[in-house]
Structure formats: C-alpha cells, structure tokens
Design a protein around this ligand. Structure first.
Ligand SMILES: Cc1cc2nc3c(=O)[nH]c(=O)nc-3n(C[C@H](O)[C@H](O)[C@H](O)COP(=O)(O)O)c2cc1C
Length: 164
C-alpha cells in the first residue's frame, strides 16, 4: 500500500522529520512510503497512496506561504478524497504555533474530503494529539525523531486497517 509525505522545507528540519515519518510508515508490513518536497511531487504515486501526510515549517505562527499556495493550487490534483490524511510541523519554539499549523493543514485536508487522523491518545505514550511538532531551538530537532517514527507507524497501521 502506497503512502506519501509531502513537505515544504528551507533549512532541512521539516524534510528530516518527514523522512522519520516515512521510516515509521515503512516499518508496517506491506507499506511502500515515500516523501516528496512540494517542488517535486510524484503526483501519480500520491494519487495511488491511501495515506498522505503534509509537513510545514511554522512562519509567524502559520504554515509557510509556499505550503499554503501548494495546498490551494496543487493538492486538488492528488485525489485526497477518502484518503487518510495527517499533518506535522517544525518550529523554533514550543509556543511558536506548531499545532496551529497542523490544524491549518488538517482543515484543508478535510475540505478536500480526506479522513484526518493522528492516533491521539489512543495508543498511550507518546500521546500525539493532532500531529507531531519538532522544535529546533534549545533542543536538537533529532531529539524529536522517535515521535515522528512512531506517528508514521500509527498512521500507516490505521490506513492498512481501513483500506486493506
Ligand atoms: C521567516 C521565519 C519565520 C518563522 N516563524 C516562526 C514562528 O512563528 N514560530 C516558531 O516557532 N518558529 C518560527 N520560525 C522557525 C522555523 O519554523 C523553524 O526553524 C523550522 O524548523 C524551519 O523548518 P525547515 O528547516 O524545514 O525550513 C520561523 C523561521 C523563519 C525563517
């Protein structure tokens, strides 16, 4: 089952965490997951995917203008209706708007007819309410990698449960 992570990244943090999600997705049997920058998305692969996760850095407590433009101009070509969708962000501060950015992307996925999911508290710790946020300020962003791997595995397991 194909799954995709689509991200915007300028300095590498969001790309890095997207790759951790892919690692978690690919740990689930039968899953072929890939990540794509918004500048180079394999649309045919994503159209076949059952689960799509969007990732953005946080700029001024929002997703980036580039990610919003991508969602508005290009995401309609991905066939998101009926797919399982999720979102993640990276930010500099715990209070910098990470979850607000996740909400922006999840809202857009719902508008496109996708089924949004994270796992929330249903799997115990780490509890990931809306989606994972990686922080690059006083902490090394790689301190958050395990949460992203776990999130990827949870998203993939739910997609396999729903669509196999
Ligand atoms: C123009 C600009 C605005 C930013 N605004 C915020 C912000 O509002 N809150 C926050 O926590 N981090 C903010 N950041 C930090 C980035 O979200 C953070 O470094 C992110 O991990 C960068 O992702 P990337 O390495 O994938 O490009 C901002 C960075 C830039 C360049």
């Amino acid at each position: 089952m194909k799954m995709a992570v689509i991200y915007h990244s300028v300095t590498g943090n969001t790309k890095n965490m997207g790759e951790q999600i892919v690692k978690g997705m690919n740990s689930v049997e039968g899953v072929e997951a890939k990540s794509f920058p918004i500048e180079d998305v394999d649309v045919e692969f994503v159209k076949e995917a059952k689960c799509v996760v969007f990732g953005s850095p946080i700029y001024a407590a929002h997703i980036t203008g580039q990610m919003m433009n991508y969602l508005l101009a290009e995401a309609g070509k991905l066939g998101l209706a009926g797919k399982l969708a999720g979102a993640y962000t990276t930010a500099q501060y715990v209070h910098g708007g990470g979850e607000l950015g996740i909400r922006e992307m999840l809202d857009h996925c719902m508008v496109m007819g996708a089924l949004t999911y994270s796992g929330g508290g249903a799997h115990g710790k780490p509890v990931i309410h809306l989606g994972p946020v990686g922080i690059d300020n006083t902490l090394d962003i790689n301190e958050f990698a395990e949460n992203f791997v776990i999130y990827g595995a949870r998203m993939a397991a739910k997609a396999v449960e729903l669509f196999s």
